[in-house]
Design a binder for this molecule. Structure first.
Ligand code: AMP
Length: 210
């Protein structure tokens, strides 16, 4: 059986990153995520400015930049789980030109829960592990359980920027979800449950769709 090509869609804070890690491990596929790729290159100059200028304001980085990242990441790999892309219809069209998908899975989470998840998120500066002040607090305040590194809040997880990201999502990315739904390709999963329950559902869905 060939490796599955999976697209995970959903709002910022819906759990795409966490669940993509599960998919990558269980199905032995690459995790392709524009958010991480951009964070690792935040201050690289492009013809459109640096990614940071857009990201810290909660806006979308120009299509030309992200399309190139995805094209390069997908070249030469078999299966993948893609997360954080496409975020608008023109990116969705571009993706359709460069690859096919076995399943498009939507993690459905209410707006109130998204804000709670985003603003409470804390990330380890050293190893990148994720914590949450309410849902997954570290044993010691501000210290990573895994490596002892210090925890910080992503600049775009502050309340004002998080709200802007959700607004940008509603305006630009919801039409993408509608696009896949109209084609009959979308599978909806209730993403508002505990990560383990969401994962069980997601794994069964991929096994069925692949
Ligand atoms: P994420 O970690 O997926 O929430 O992405 C963080 C930020 O990176 C977003 O708020 C955008 O500024 C930028 N970004 C990530 N993916 C894309 C994309 N596909 N198109 C445009 N900007 C993106």
């Amino acid at each position: 059986m060939s490796e599955p090509k999976i697209l995970l869609v959903g709002a910022p804070g819906a759990g795409k990153g966490t669940q993509s890690e599960n998919v990558a491990e269980a199905f032995d596929v690459d995790h392709v995520t524009t958010g991480d790729a951009l964070r690792a290159n935040k201050d690289v100059e492009t013809p459109y400015g640096t990614p940071r200028e857009y990201m810290d304001a909660g806006e979308l980085v120009p299509d030309e930049v992200v399309n190139e990242i995805v094209k390069e990441a997908l070249t030469g790999i078999d299966g993948f789980v893609l997360d954080g892309y496409p975020r608008n219809l023109s990116q969705a069209e571009y993706l359709g030109e460069i690859t096919s998908l076995d399943a498009v899975i939507y993690l459905d989470v209410s707006e109130e829960e998204l804000l709670t998840r985003l603003t409470g998120r804390r990330v380890c500066a050293d190893c990148g592990a994720n914590f949450h002040l309410t849902y997954a607090p570290p044993e010691e305040d501000g210290v990573c359980d895994d490596c002892g590194g210090s925890l910080y809040q992503r600049e775009d997880d502050t309340e004002d920027v998080a709200k802007e990201r959700i607004r940008v999502y509603r305006e630009n990315t919801e039409p993408v979800i509608q696009f896949y739904d109209d084609r009959g390709d979308l599978v909806r999963i209730d993403g508002e449950r505990a990560p383990e329950a969401v994962w069980e559902d997601l794994r069964e869905t991929i096994d069925r769709e692949r």
